[in-house]
Each structure stands twice: as structure tokens, then as C-alpha cells.
Ligand binder design. Sequence first.
Ligand code: ZN
Length: 145
Amino acid sequence: MSMMDDVWTNAKAAVDVVGKKAGQVIDKSKLRFAVMDIKAELSKKYRMLGKIYYEANRTGKNYDDSMKALQESITELHKQLAALKEMLANAENKIKCPVCGVYNAKDSLFCSKCGARLSVKKQDEEYSQEELLDFAEEIMDEDDI
Ligand SMILES: [Zn+2]
């Protein structure tokens, strides 16, 4: 029972903390710290989700509510992370690649990662499968699991 309580408390606390930070950030170093915090929080949430999933399968108990809460918390963190990255890129005058989402120096004509032309703005803010995998990898790299 205590594990579930922790999940709820942590999920709520994380959203509050990050929300406050996002509202406060003004300069680039603060933005970078906030990005790192959110990534660490995301990493923790993914691990918790994995643990609950494992326990649910192992014990046959229903942890749907907890998993849903975590899922929502993760979605919220992703939104905040995207917003922070956008703010950081704007602060550095960078332009976002419409194809792969990587930020490039402001006078770039083509994306440094995928080579796409950098003139059309991406309308759809959804992550592609590839972006999500890249992102998960990025998080895992920074984490010593
Ligand atoms: Zn690109």
C-alpha cells in the first residue's frame, strides 16, 4: 500500500515543483537546470511505471489507477519539457527542424541532424515514434540504471 501512496505523492509533487520552476525561469542557465530536473523526474516516473507494470503482472492485482496517474504526470512533464526547450531555443535564437525536431543555429539553412530544409514550420507538435525512442534513449543515457 505504501508504494501506491508514494506514487501518488511523487506524481503530484513533481508536477507542482516543475510547474513552479517553469514559471520562474528567466535566464538560460535556469532554463537548462529546469530541463535537467524535468528529465530526471521523467526518468524516475518511467522507472516507477515499469515497476508498477511488473508488480501488476507478477501479483495479478489491478494498478490501473496508479498507472494512469503516472501516465498523466509523464504527459504533463513532456509538455513542460517541450515548452522549456522552446524557451531555451528562443533565448539562443535557434530554429527547430520541422522534420526531426532538433534545434539548429539561427542562420542554418539545413538541419544539422537530418539535413531537412529549415524554412517550413512544423504544425504538429506530436512526437513521432522515432522522436520518442530518441528521447527515451537520451534519458536512459543520462541515467545510471
Ligand atoms: Zn532535422
